[in-house]
Design a protein around this ligand. Structure first.
Ligand code: NAD
Ligand code: MG
Length: 402
């Protein structure tokens, strides 16, 4: 394999650090060219020393700290602010971008990387949820009635940017589609069910931040952990799948699988269901997005086969988890719906984390924003970003309801 040069955007987060672990083990053909973190200079300096990245970006231009107070490796180029993220994502020396920033903040750098023809390993699902119509247009694929096959259709034009999924469900579907790219009937996303899988609605109304952050199977950043508790994460993933695979919302399904071993499944025209199984460790889908179509040894441990397994599948309770019907609705609508719900969710999660709304207010706040906005089917990026700001302000009105 020829040598590869990678920009890890959001390097200080859970996916970013797992990516650096994968890259270190892949060996000397893989070089970290650029890293970013949002606020913590000391963490960024530690990662710069560990990876020898030449470009280092602190994306929050207003974050305090004097960069000369940290210990940097020789030759580092240091820059600040969101524009610096775009520069790192599009730098000539970079061929692969790992989009591991959380939230809508990842949109511009991910789009810029695709526009610049980079291979993008996409963890930042919010890019597709918010700007799905723009990405679909950019990759030369309008959403069609047809499900996308694994490689070429997902990848877009050979010379342009290509998108490879890191989200474990989408990576699983991507891998399953290799079994019959032309005849998938249903894409079945699995969900752990989160910490409140067996809680009543009344119990969820009183859920604390600490309880919502206690995920049973995955260790992740705060925002996605809260999204898993509301199951908004699965709603976002339904929308992500719609844009990624160019499939109609009716071909998507969600099942609850508390063990987080089956990462998703594809049902084909003949009724055969193909599943991808592995322990809950993000290093596997991260590495597959980097090395595709090659499969190489991975630090993720093998499945324990020396004792009996229990793999259960349950339907989702849509009454206790109203995020799921909301996700199906938004996946079916497309257009501006995703940007509004994504922004509303980000704002509502922040309000919940700071004790200003109840856990059970998060999804209704998102639905209210969706219902109050004026839908457009073919929005521009600037319109989507304008609606993002609008939806955040709308949700601000829900504060002090805790
Ligand atoms: P995290 O909170 O651990 O890390 C987020 C990263 O983004 C950090 O490097 C942080 O400094 C940076 N960041 C935060 N705000 C920013 C801003 N405004 N501008 C620029 N950078 C900013 O999050 P995570 O769990 O690693 O998740 C990252 C993305 O991957 C999310 O979109 C998430 O949905 C997705 N994802 C995560 C997992 C997982 O297991 N953690 C699994 C699937 C998908
Ligand atoms: Mg996922």
């Amino acid at each position: 394999m020829s040598s590869r040069s990678v920009a890890v955007l959001g390097a200080t987060g859970s996916i970013g650090r797992a990516t650096i672990d994968v890259l270190e083990r892949l060996g000397s053909e893989w070089r970290v060219a650029a890293i970013s973190g949002h606020r913590r200079l000391d963490t960024l300096a530690e990662l710069a020393r560990r990876t020898s990245a030449r470009q280092v970006v602190l994306s929050d231009a207003s974050a305090g700290g004097d960069w000369s107070e940290c210990e940097w490796p020789a030759g580092v180029e240091f820059s600040r602010g969101p524009e610096a993220l775009v520069q790192a994502a599009t730098a000539a020396e970079v061929d692969t971008v790992v989009a591991a920033i959380v939230g809508r903040a990842g949109v511009e750098s991910t789009l810029a990387a695709l526009q610049a023809g980079k291979r993008v390993a996409l963890a930042n699902k919010e890019t597709l949820v918010c700007a799905g119509p723009v990405v679909a247009e950019l990759l030369g694929k309008s959403p069609t009635e047809r499900l996308a096959g694994p490689a070429e259709r997902l990848a877009g034009p050979a010379s342009g940017g290509r998108l490879l999924p890191v989200d474990s469900e989408h990576s699983a579907i991507f891998q399953c589609l290799a079994a019959g790219p032309d005849n998938p009937r249903r894409l079945i996303l699995t969900a752990s069910g989160g910490p409140f899988r067996q809680w009543s609605l009344e119990q969820m109304q009183a859920a604390t931040v600490a309880e919502a952050l206690e995920h049973p199977t995955w260790r992740m950043g705060k925002k996605i952990t809260i999204d898993s508790a509301t199951m908004m994460n699965k709603a976002l993933e339904l929308i992500e799948a719609r844009w990624l695979f160019g499939c109609p919302a009716e071909s998507l399904e969600v099942v609850v699988h508390p063990q987080s071993i089956i990462h998703s499944m594809v049902e084909f025209a003949d009724g055969s269901v193909v599943a991808q199984l592995s322990p809950p460790d993000m290093r596997l889908p991260i590495q597959y997005a980097l090395t595709y179509p090659q499969r190489l040894p991975c630090p993720s441990p093998p499945l324990e086969r020396g004792k009996p397994w229990e793999l259960t599948l349950e339907p989702v309770d849509q009454e206790r988890f109203p995020a799921i019907p909301l996700g199906f609705e938004v996946a079916a609508k497309g257009g501006t719906a995703g940007a509004v719900v994504n922004a509303a969710n980000e704002a509502a999660v922040d309000l919940f984390l700071s004790g200003q709304i109840r856990f059970t207010d998060i999804v209704p706040a998102c639905r209210a924003a969706l219902e109050h906005h004026t839908f457009e089917e073919r929005p521009s990026l600037s319109r989507l970003l304008e609606l993002d700001r609008w939806a955040r302000a709308e949700v601000g009105r829900w504060s002090c309801r805790a």
